[in-house]
Design a protein around this ligand. Structure first.
Ligand code: AIR
Length: 139
């Protein structure tokens, strides 16, 4: 089997969605761990505020088992994803302003029945390690 068709036959397990390309230093940490551990994944840049329809369409169609959402400022992204899927959602707050406290509180303070697992500010790698632990439960 060629490398290309091998890739095609691997189902995406983790979908990483970032609110902006400017979050790249943080989501790169997530990508690096998933690449190193050979977990099939894909990255999308979709803002919950700027592209809500595109976000909903992507979540609905995605075959991923886990979503990792990376965002700064008011950081609605992880919460919006959790409102549209019952798959696990891991949120990564980005230190865009206020040292990332704005995003951390926004992501962590979800209402009852709509959980988001929140990792530390700029801790993109921990989102990947947590996703891998969850995926191990399925093996
Ligand atoms: N963001 C984008 N749409 C909604 C939000 N909260 C976040 C991005 C990024 C920050 O706003 O995740 O952390 C700044 O984005 P930009 O595109 O202006 O650089």
């Amino acid at each position: 089997m060629s490398e290309n068709s091998k890739k095609m036959s691997q189902k995406i397990k983790v979908a990483i969605i970032a609110g902006s390309k400017s979050d790249e230093p943080v989501y790169t940490k997530t990508l690096n761990v998933l690449k190193e551990k050979k977990v099939p994944h894909e990255l999308q840049i979709i803002s919950a505020h700027r592209n809500p329809e595109k976000l909903e369409e992507y979540i609905t169609k995605s075959e991923a088992l886990i979503f990792i959402a990376v965002a700064g400022l008011s950081a609605a992204l992880p919460g919006v994803i959790a409102s549209k899927t019952d798959k696990p959602v891991i949120g990564v707050p980005v230190s865009t302003k206020l040292g990332g406290l704005d995003a951390l509180l926004s992501i962590a303070q979800m209402p009852p029945r709509v959980p988001v697992a929140t990792v530390g500010i700029d801790r993109g790698e921990n989102a990947a390690y947590l996703a891998i632990r969850i995926l191990k439960l399925l093996d």
